[in-house]
Write a protein that binds this ligand. Structure first.
Ligand SMILES: *Cc1c(COP(=O)(O)O)cnc(C)c1O
Length: 471
């Protein structure tokens, strides 16, 4: 299995180099040369496996022998041993045609733990193998930061710096990131939005001299390893639902998405042979993806702060991966559309391409008041408390999934992480102990201008001064 860039100028690199490269050196995103196919027999066999066993089957088909079988199994075991639920990502039936896939039983109560626990262990494995310290740089709209820090803290050979938009993340998200007292962890609160942070990170990674000098590594969902770990739960959820409904031919998935990462993992699962019907893109008022799926025009709109801040994103960094497949794996066409995006701020696909988009996807952009309404309604009718991101997913399920289909909505966060929205619904919740404790801890963060040069200077200090952990 080799990996290539969506823009065509990186070719034939292996899995570990793909993980280390993050963003491709030609500015594109890395994808597998061929998508592994899961046969019907294999699917049948996998349906009886545990989460970890399914993870091994899927991940090993992409790692392709670069990590020994035993090491990979250990890595997977270790990554999911931190989850509070034995099923790792349990599936709950909420009503007849709606299941909720709970992805929030990891250390930071959000779905990003599923991928970042794995990526943290993978980086540490690579650092140990190569003897080179890994410096991780990431931008977050809230959940990635906490989850990435949890994924690497205390691990051998790793330093990390996370940028978050100052004052634009939930209280619990901020506490989860900033209460970690470890010299290898640096939190920069930038005066700007998540998109500013993501842009600055992209620019710093594009500075190859800087990147190479500090062995800079990515943790954002542009890293293929994250997508890979997320493919697993689509399979797992399908098998759970199929057990209770053996006649079904496919399942729809409604996915709260911002960067197009999580839903792209679902698209990969479908391309691998999982019987997926529609992939429903659930967005909030930042609805660039909804507009693209409905009209075929990809064009950022005005930034809005919503109750689902982890999806307050205008430029979906994984979108280029999908574009690559939509354009029939033609990297020069991807290159020219991305250039066009850079100069005109917009991408428009043809009628025929739009038809292909709509074969796989539907979309709905959830308005702020609708988001709260759905939380209230499901709490009253089913006693199930949705977090505001999951609420977008459930609202989109209601709008887009046909009554006769079964749909799995991905629950991307625990409601305790977003109590601001839950309180607006006049619902009182009890926080899990792990979250309650955070309120008494001191915070470690620095507020900084959204300025690339200033941030690069601060990074240099962190990457040269903080001692790394070694065991
Ligand atoms: C990150 C995040 C999302 C969006 O995920 P993408 O990978 O950007 O699609 C949705 N919900 C929550 C709670 C998140 O943390």
């Amino acid at each position: 299995m080799k990996y290539i860039s969506t823009r065509g100028n990186v070719n034939g690199i292996g899995f570990i180099d793909t993980v280390l490269m993050g963003l491709a050196t030609d500015g594109g995103l890395l994808v597998p040369e061929k998508i592994p196919q899961i046969s019907l027999e294999k699917l049948e066999a996998m349906s009886r496996m545990s989460y970890q066993e399914i993870a091994f089957e899927i991940i090993s088909s992409y790692v392709d022998g670069e990590i020994s079988e035993q090491d990979l199994k250990d890595l997977i075991e270790r990554s999911y041993s931190t989850f509070r639920h034995t099923d790792i990502t349990p599936v709950q039936k909420v009503k007849d045609n709606l299941y909720v896939l709970e992805l929030f039983h990891g250390p930071t109560f959000a779905f990003k733990d599923v991928a970042l626990q794995f990526l943290g262990n993978l980086y540490s494995y690579i650092a140990k193998k190569t003897g080179v310290t890994i410096n991780i740089l990431g931008a977050t709209s809230g959940d990635t930061g906490a989850s990435a820090i949890e994924g690497v803290r205390g691990k051998e050979g790793i330093r990390i710096c996370i940028l978050h938009p100052h004052g634009k993340v939930s209280k619990v998200q901020e506490l989860q990131m900033t209460t970690v007292n470890d010299p290898t962890v640096l939190n920069l609160a930038i005066k700007g939005t998540f998109d500013d942070g993501q842009r600055i990170i992209k620019e710093i990674f594009a500075d190859l001299e800087f990147k190479n000098k500090y062995h800079l590594r990515a943790i954002n969902s542009i890293n293929f390893a994250r997508i890979l770990a997320q493919i697993v739960y689509y399979f797992y959820a399908y098998f759970q639902v199929k057990k209770e409904n053996d006649k079904i031919e496919y399942v729809n998935f409604s996915v709260p998405t911002g960067n197009f990462g999580d839903i792209f993992a679902g698209y990969m699962a479908k391309r691998m042979g999982l019987p997926v019907g529609k992939l429903i893109v659930a967005t909030n008022e930042n609805n660039i993806l909804e507009r693209f799926i409905k009209d075929g025009v990809y064009e950022p709109g005005e930034f809005r702060s919503t109750y689902s801040p982890s999806m307050d994103i205008q430029v979906a960094s994984n979108f280029e991966r999908y574009l690559y497949y939509l354009l029939d794996e033609n990297s020069s066409e991807v290159q020219s559309l991305m250039n066009q995006f850079k100069t005109t701020g917009k991408i428009e696909v043809s009628k025929e391409q739009l038809r292909l988009v709509q074969e796989d996807f539907s979309a709905y952009g959830v308005k702020n008041d609708e988001c709260l309404q759905t939380i209230r309604k499901y709490f009253a009718d089913t006693n199930y408390l949705l977090d505001p991101h999951t609420s977008c997913g459930v609202t989109a399920f209601e709008k887009c999934s046909p009554q006769e289909d079964i749909c799995v909505t991905l629950a991307t966060a625990h409601p305790a992480k977003f109590n601001e929205a839950i309180e607006l619904c006049q619902i009182e919740q009890t926080f899990p102990e792990e979250i309650q404790q955070l309120f008494d801890k001191p915070q470690y963060l620095e507020v900084i201008e959204a300025d690339k040069d200033e941030i690069a200077r601060r990074l240099e200090r962190h990457f040269t001064s903080a001692e790394v952990n070694s065991k």
